[in-house]
Structures are given as structure tokens and as C-alpha cells.
Design a protein around this ligand. Structure first.
Ligand code: BV8
Length: 229
């Protein structure tokens, strides 16, 4: 890590949590090879069968409860501490392993498992272990509770803050993501347009590998601490 990188924007994906035992989406055996994303990660799928979608998220929330951060999450928390104020951490993940590792300011652009959302009044609260269809919202009592995650066709969260960080980045680092889901997959190009250097830390070259000035391939638990230190 050279100190000349100024503001560092880091994007993480499911691959950073793979060594913590949480599944990825598009690897062999990944979630989308076993389930149809149209049924589980779209508002239409939730409308069609809320019980099935809630069962999926209850199962994933239980997996997260049993997971622990790995050396990659811990290294990024150390980096955020050592480079106070110069690191923006954006994650596509809905798990809380970055927070469990000590990261203080995590931008969850696809939402988070930890909160439930009321589709009627927008109230958010700590998600119960098990969510069921038509659970009443604790604020407005309407039966409009849903997972607080961003599905396909829905606007990702915190985009203004992310776009502003990308314009001032000296270095953009992509970790554990296949680079297939937008707008996250467009961040490397946006960072380059602002003059940032780009680095990919991934098990294998991602779909937008050509956009990176440098790439290190291997498991995040090994290559991320190697890069941070
Ligand atoms: C949006 C929910 C606009 C949360 C997910 C048609 C209709 C509507 C939209 C679209 C459309 N066509 C295209 C779009 C845009 C769409 C999109 O990009 N589609 C793709 C498929 C083409 N995007 C959207 O819809 C987004 N919204 O565009 O809104 C808008 C604007 C304003 C107003 C209204 C609308 C919303 C996208 C969010 C979708 N939500 N899931 C959840 O359940 O988790 S998708 C899912 O993919 C997750 O969110 C996940 O975070 C995300 C990205 O996946 P990755 O993290 O990259 O995981 P993946 O398995 O793919 O890759 C893992 C990588 O890790 C691999 O490279 C592997 O090699 C590596 N790896 C594995 N092990 C390790 C490792 N690396 C290191 N170490 C290891 N050990």
C-alpha cells in the first residue's frame, strides 16, 4: 500500500464472504445456479410468493448469524482505521461481516439482512430472525413488511454518496465481485474517468477485468491482507 493513493474507494461482493462460509451467486454451485433470481430477487417474485422469498431470506439470515468475518474483512477494518477518513467502503453484500470485523462506516448499496422495511411507510427496524408474509409494520401496523434489500429493478441505496466518492478517488479497489450487476459493475469505469487507478482482488478475472490497471487473483482471505499490509 503506497501512501500516495489519497482517497481509496473499495467495492466488495459476495466473494469476500465466501471463506466465511456464505454462498456466492454466480460461482459453480452459487445461489443463482440453484434458484431463479427472478423468483427471489425481484419485487415481482415477492409479489407472487412472499412466503418463498421470506423463507429464502430467513435461511440466508440464519447462515449470516453463524458466520464470522475472515482475514479479508479484518484487513479492511484495519485499513479504515489506519487511513482515517480516506477510505470509502461500499458493499453489495447484505451480510454484516464488515461491521463484525470492525469497519465503522459501511455503505450497503443493496441493503442489509439486519433490517426489515415497511413498503407502506418506509419504517425500518431490526429484522426478526424469522419474517413471515404480511407481518405488521411496528410503526403503521400495515401488513407490508419486506426484507430491506435492493432487488433487480429497484434503485440501489446511497448512490449519491457513492458517485461523489468515485469522483474523488485516487484508487478504486474491487474485491470478490463478478462485475456483472449494475450500477456496481460500472464503478471501475467511473473511477477511471475521474483519473483513479484501479485494482481488482478476486479469485479469478471478473467480467470487467479489462478495466483494472492491476489485478491479484486468489482467495480474498489471503490476497486482501497481502495488499493492505
Ligand atoms: C437498478 C439482492 C435502476 C440482495 C441482488 C432489466 C430490468 C431491471 C434492471 C435491469 C435489467 N437489465 C439490467 C438491469 C440492471 C440490473 C443488472 O445489473 N442486471 C444484470 C444481471 C445485467 N441491476 C439492477 O436491477 C439494480 N438496480 O439498476 O436500478 C433504477 C434506478 C432508479 C430507479 C429505479 C431503478 C439492482 C441490482 C441489485 C440486485 N440485487 N440481490 C441479495 O439478496 O443479496 S443481486 C446480487 O448480485 C447481490 O446483490 C450481489 O451483491 C450482486 C453482485 O454479485 P457478486 O457480489 O458479484 O457475487 P457473484 O457470485 O456474482 O461473484 C462472486 C465473485 O467472487 C466471483 O467473481 C468469484 O470469482 C469471486 N470469489 C469467489 N470466492 C472468492 C472470490 N473472490 C475472492 N475470494 C474468494 N474466496
Amino acid at each position: 500500500m503506497s501512501k500516495s493513493d489519497d482517497h481509496i474507494v473499495i467495492l466488495t461482493g459476495a466473494g469476500i464472504s465466501a471463506e466465511s462460509g456464505l454462498g456466492t451467486f454466480r460461482d459453480v454451485g452459487g445461489l443463482w445456479s440453484r434458484y431463479d433470481w427472478r423468483d427471489l430477487a425481484t419485487p415481482e417474485g415477492f409479489e407472487r410468493d412472499p412466503g418463498f422469498v421470506l423463507e429464502f431470506y430467513n435461511w440466508r439470515r440464519e447462515r449470516v448469524r453463524g458466520a464470522r468475518p475472515n482475514a479479508a474483512h479484518i484487513a479492511l477494518a484495519r485499513l479504515e482505521r489506519d487511513w482515517a477518513g480516506l477510505v470509502t467502503l461500499v458493499t453489495q453484500n447484505v451480510d454484516d461481516l464488515h461491521e463484525q470485523a470492525g469497519s465503522r462506516d459501511v455503505i450497503h448499496m443493496h441493503g442489509t439482512h439486519l433490517t426489515a422495511l415497511c413498503a407502506a411507510c418506509g419504517h425500518r427496524w431490526r429484522a426478526p430472525d424469522v419474517m413471515a408474509p404480511a407481518d405488521p409494520c411496528p410503526a403503521c401496523a400495515k401488513p407490508t413488511t419486506r426484507p430491506d434489500v435492493v432487488w433487480f429493478g429497484e434503485a440501489p441505496y446511497h448512490m449519491d454518496r457513492i458517485e461523489s466518492a468515485l469522483t474523488s478517488a485516487g484508487l478504486f479497489v474491487s474485491i470478490g465481485t463478478s462485475g456483472t450487476v449494475y450500477p456496481a459493475a460500472g464503478f471501475a469505469a467511473a473511477a477511471r474517468r475521474s483519473g483513479a487507478r484501479t485494482l481488482e482482488l478476486n479469485l479469478e478475472p471478473s467480467e470487467n477485468a479489462a478495466l483494472f490497471d492491476e489485478a491479484r487473483h486468489g482467495p480474498a482471505g489471503t490476497i486482501v491482507p497481502g495488499w493492505v499490509d
